[in-house]
Design a protein around this ligand. Sequence first.
Ligand SMILES: [Zn+2]
Length: 163
Amino acid sequence: MFYSASVAKTAARRLIEKYKVMCPIDLYNLASKIGAEIYETNKLPDTILGSARKSNISIWIITVNTNQILERCRFTIAHEIGHIILNHHPAKYHLLINNNQYKERQANIFATELLMPSKEFKNIYFNCHITDVLGVANYFQVSKQAASIRIEEVCGIVVVGYK
Ligand SMILES: [Zn+2]
């Protein structure tokens, strides 16, 4: 899985560089730059977090289930952008119970790098000394769980109590 992980990370970094994206990333702005529109809905069942599909006029439509906290909506949108950028079509609905598949993992790696770029992450953690989970989560507008996993992944520091 090393190969697919590095492809996903590289794709996210390229997108960040190309559009000079700043943290916390404006996903609606980024989506418009890649030709995607985001639709929010609270009518989806809880098992469906979001989807990406191409409309009949070749615009990408990202649908996000807003029955999640804002930070998880952001992760879902970043995940769906990952499916688009990584050419994972035909895109389909993404089910919570079905998210261990290869493309799902790749889209998650992409989303993590997009929302919390490793370079910026190390900078704010080690140079700006934002090291508490809540501070990191607020800075990147991610969930505390995602922040704690990323602290461990990028900084090698184990955080307990958020997973
Ligand atoms: Zn997915």
